[in-house]
Each structure stands twice: as C-alpha cells, then as structure tokens.
Ligand binder design. Sequence first.
Ligand code: T4K
Length: 389
Amino acid sequence: MARSVISALSSAVPAPDDDREPIYVTRPELPPLEAFIPSLRKIWDSKILTNSGPFHQEFERKLCEYLGVKHIALFANCTIGLVTALQALRITGEVITTPYSFVATAHSLLWNGIKPVFVDIDPETFNLDPRRIEAAITPQTTAIMPVHCYGYPCDVERIQAIADNYGLKVIYDAAHAFAVKRQGTSVLAHGDLSVLSFHATKGFTTFEGGAIVCPDDKIRQRINHLKNFGFVDEVTVVAPGINGKMSEFNAALGLLQLEGIDKALAKRGAVDRRYRAGIADLPGIRCLKPPADARTNHSYFPILVEAGYPLTRDELYQKFRDHNIFVRRYFYPLISDFPMYRGLSSAAHDNLPVARRISGQVLCLPIYPDLTLKQVDRIVELLRPPKST
Ligand code: T4K
C-alpha cells in the first residue's frame, strides 16, 4: 500500500526534461550542500557571523583576483550598494540615468534626494545612448548612472569623455555585469564606482549580496565606514551611515561559488549559442548582439518581438505561460512610467521613444546553467509560428 502511494507520487513528479516541468526565466546554480557544511561548521565554531569576519575578508580578496579589479567592498545587496555609492561620492542635484532598467537603479537616487533625469537608450545595445547625454546636462547635474543592461557593456569611453568634459562622476549600475570584459579587461574598472548584484537571480549569487568596485583604497575606506553606520572606531562616527554589510554566511557561500563560476558561465554560453542557432531564421524575432570586443556572462537572453511576427509580445508571453514557461518582460514597464517618476519632465512619453519601443517588444527567455539543450529546443519550437495550411 505504502509502496503504491510512493510510486503514484513519484510518477506525479515531473522528471527533468519532462514537458510538464515549469521552466523559469532563471534558476540559481548552487554548490553541493555537503561542500558548504565545512564553512558553516567554521562559522558555528568561531561564532563570527558578520562585521567583516574572516570569510568576508577572504571573499573580497578572491573576488578582486577573479574579476581583475583593485578594490572591492562587499554589500548585503546591490540596492544598498548603489545608495551608498552615491553617498560616498557626495552626489546631489540631478543624475542622468536610463529608464530601461530594474527600478532599483532610479530608486537609489530618490533615496538620496537626487532627481533622476531619464535619457533614451541606444537601439542596438539597450544601454544609455551617449549621443543623448549632453542635451540633458544642466547646472544641477553632478553624475551619470548608466547600467550595463543584460551584462552588455556600455560605451564606457564616450560616457567617460562626456563626464570629464562636464566634471561629472560616473557610477555604473553593474548589477548584471559580473565577470564582463571589454577588450580583455574588466568593464568594472570604468567610471568612479561600479556596483554588482549577487541576488538569487544573477549569474553569480550569494543568495542576496552585492559589491562596490572601487579604484582606490581611500574611497573603499569611506564606503566601508558608510556601510557600517559611519563607524571608524568604537567611539567615532563620521557619517550617517547605513547597515549594508554582507554576513559571513553569504561571504562563505560566495567563496564556494567562485570555484564553480567558470563552469557555470560556460554552460550558460552553450545555452546562448543554442538559442541563437535556433532563432536565426525566425522572421520577426531579433536577438540582441553583444559588442564584438565584449565577453558577456549570458545572464539574460533578451529577444525582441518585432513587426512581422504573427503574435504581439504579450500574446507570445501568454503562449509561453500556457506551456508552463515563465519568460519575463525585463524591462517593462519603463522606470519612468512608475508613479513616483512619471511627473518628471524627462519621463514624458515622447522623450524616450527607443526605450518605449524596446520595452514593448522585449522578452527574456530562460537561461541558466542547468537548462538543458532539449529544453532550449522546446522553447525555440514554441517561438516558431504555426505553419499556415
Ligand atoms: N540594478 C539592476 C539593473 C538590477 O537588475 C537589479 C536587480 C538591481 C539593481 C538590484 O539588485 P539587488 O538589490 O536585488 O541585489 C528580480 C530580482 O529580484 C532583482 O534582483 C533583479 N534585479 C531583477 C531583474 O529581477 P523579480 O521580481 O523579477 O524576481 P523573481 O522573484 O520573480 O524571480 C525571477 C525568477 O527567478 C523566478 O521565477 C524563479 C527564479 N528564482 C528567483 C528567486 C528569488 C529562483 O529560482 N530562486 C529564487 O530564490 O526581480
């Protein structure tokens, strides 16, 4: 009796590759649980849980080595990292940014009492269009906050040239840009600061987490004070800091994740290539192409549903859901359309035509290391319009 219940139950659980198994836009890659136990044991034995403990220090060191950057300050998440980066550079007034991102980008400005000024995106890269930045600069502008959207690098040279001309700071929202390189060097080395996310949905995850990449140790020290309430020592507080610290649990997991990251990136690359091969001949579906000199991390696989495809973007989104495939519309709606932003003059409907069009056409297909090529083929098959009889 018990055996028949178990066998009935196990036949109800879809096996991997089963057509009924839901497929999400992403799934985190985790190390075997047993491999994490020794780190947990060390934490339990030492009772050092947070406040820059040994795992935190080692993770900062190893991350710098892996990413090829000089200094890193770990954070509890990217959003607090962005808020702190703006504080560290004493940014005020207006900041030029993109409407085509996750809300955290602009929210970090509002949390600092800064006015976001939205500038349209480039139709090929979906990143802030450098040709449009100068027209948005006013005497109140103090910085530019671009996003390396989907981990595809911004035009960092042109953005830096504008910033230098006008005396502006550049803070990159690099939430998507873990391990991304341009011309063989880390994209995180550009600008004044870059902020990473290690959220569960990112290509490199510590459950929650983030980091600020800094060019020198002086600014890193200031950031470290700010993320620890402003404390410099037991009795000295130099700023109204916040609690942005990463815990030992997340740092220990991060160290383990670093060991498997190259393999995970390679598996993502294979999924990306399979999609591109399958989609190449589909009329009305366009894949975003990374710049030729970039090494991306395949964290997202965005497609555009253009005129010429028999379904609208939202009809296709629904079709996937009907088949238990949970594609996402990153980034729709535009940030500038949310209630706390839409009163801004830069959020005006006609000001952002490219971002508006892309936001209405984009779908992010599932991509993660454990997505099988068979599952990719199934997704591509659903993209094929039914043959007319
Ligand atoms: N800047 C940019 C440009 C960003 O994209 C983000 C975050 C940030 C800043 C802020 O970074 P953090 O402060 O979070 O470090 C997700 C994430 O919550 C968000 O972190 C991310 N961007 C954004 C693009 O996507 P949702 O609401 O779409 O996630 P959710 O919970 O619907 O998850 C999507 C799918 O992922 C699920 O269907 C299944 C899978 N999943 C998710 C979680 C949370 C898992 O398998 N396991 C999980 O634990 O926002």
